[in-house]
Design a protein around this ligand. Structure first.
Ligand SMILES: *Cc1c(COP(=O)(O)O)cnc(C)c1O
Length: 411
């Protein structure tokens, strides 16, 4: 599918893109790194579940439950296929990336790391890939080693990673930055972690939205992914696991569905993914995510990403020509996502966002859940416009013009 000729067709799949805001302005949605919009097929798949076969899974023999169970487990298979999991790989459904990272911390690291062991993080991490490790480090007396970010290239200091991974037991690395757009060289970082005898988990919340991740070739032990940034519903994501580390994990939550047998004295657990999915799982959400994946399969993801990058680069180049604006990120490279973080030297980031909102343009403002990175950049907050494949060049231009106008008028 060629994107440019079909952009209107793709946009027509997203009812919200027609939205007119209460102030009468047509929506220009540039907050895709926070959550993407959902195509009609995803909304319909969830509505279809609730109107035709809503039922709990794995529990009853009645037909409805059979249909729901089948759709839910098919969703798991579709997720596994989309992310290129090897046959022995596992998909544990979680509420999103944050939950997946916590599951790795409390289900794997808590069990397998010993006092004095070291975990490697980077200054580029999202709080979701920081706080769980701080909690585990405190509980188990572990060392956290931080890899620097270079403020000029907006890349990880690779030499720093090289030296800090030596002797570490686990690396927790952001695949693609939600602030800078930088895509880290994760394939090499995985190899280096394994050569050093460390396991590695990648935070793929952003990456999964922009590229077809293949767990088999990335070869990481764990990937944390989320549905809601890749056209699927909120409330579901997954911890994707290569086989051998799965055997080393212990459940974090106890309850129904994760057990084999329960006695007064003790309980025995399921052997498969269900062991980590206590209680009624995210049935409608998993079905919705699966519909998003099935839809994305019909699109040319690489072509769509090139389109997204073109819009981001147009915005970044345009912003750089406006006096007083600094852009955090290098959009001349290919290895970036659709985010453009920027700041004006005197105008307050929040004021800029509010003025943009009055023109119908939605962007993010704040620390983007990455305060250590903000400190490295020497700022408290930035404005962030984040593009996705359904955005248009016209929207990117309208955004730059809006900033130009705001700066001329208010700075
Ligand atoms: C959004 C995001 C998260 C959190 O993901 P949720 O699925 O919302 O929990 C974590 N890391 C990065 C890089 C993100 O962009």
């Amino acid at each position: 599918m060629k994107l440019n000729s079909d952009l209107e067709e793709i946009r027509s799949q997203f009812p919200i893109l027609e939205r007119v805001l209460p102030n009468g302005k047509k929506l220009i949605y540039l907050d895709n790194a926070a959550t993407s919009q959902k195509p009609e097929c995803v909304i319909n798949a969830m509505s279809d579940f609730y109107s035709r076969y809503n039922s709990n899974v794995h529990r009853a023999v009645h037909s409805l439950s059979g249909e729901a169970t089948e759709a839910f487990e098919l969703a798991r298979e579709n997720v596994a296929k989309w992310f290129g999991l090897p046959d022995e790989g596992k998909v544990i459904f979680t509420s999103g990336t944050t939950h997946a990272l916590n599951l790795c911390a409390f289900g794997w690291a808590r069990v397998n790391l010993k006092p004095g062991d070291a975990i490697v993080l980077t200054e580029m991490e999202h709080h979701s890939n920081i706080v769980p490790w701080q909690m585990i480090a405190e509980e188990k007396n572990l060392e956290l080693r931080w890899v620097d970010v270079n403020q000029e290239t907006f890349e990880l200091d690779f030499e720093d990673y090289k030296s800090k991974i030596i002797g570490a037991k686990l690396a927790c690395i952001i695949h693609t930055s939600n602030v800078l757009g930088t895509r880290n060289p994760v394939e090499i970082m995985v190899e280096m972690a394994h050569n050093a005898g460390a396991k590695i988990i990648l935070d793929c919340a952003q990456a999964a939205a922009h590229e077809r991740l293949d767990m088999d070739s990335i070869n990481a032990d764990f990937l944390a992914v989320t549905s809601h940034k890749m056209c699927g519903p909120t409330g579901v994501g997954a911890l994707l696991i290569s086989s051998d580390v799965f055997e080393e994990m212990e459940p974090v939550e106890g309850g129904g569905d994760m057990i084999l047998e329960v006695f007064k004295e003790y309980s025995t657990y399921q052997e498969n993914e269900h062991k980590f999915e206590a209680g009624t799982p995210r049935i409608a959400e998993a079905i919705g995510w699966s519909a998003a994946i099935k839809w994305m399969e019909t699109l040319d993801i690489e072509e769509m990403h090139r389109h997204t990058l073109k819009l981001a680069k147009n915005a970044s180049d345009g912003l750089k020509r406006i006096p007083g604006i600094t852009v955090y990120g290098d959009h001349s490279k290919e290895d970036v996502s659709g985010v453009v973080s920027f700041l004006h030297e005197t105008l307050h980031a929040e004021d800029i966002a509010r003025l943009l909102d009055s023109m119908g343009i939605a962007v993010r403002t704040g620390h983007h859940c990455a305060q250590p990175l903000m400190r490295r950049l020497g700022v408290k907050a930035t404005n962030r416009a984040s593009f996705y494949f359904y955005n248009t060049l016209k929207e990117s231009e309208a955004f730059v013009n809006a900033i130009k106008m705001i700066v001329e008028k208010f700075a």
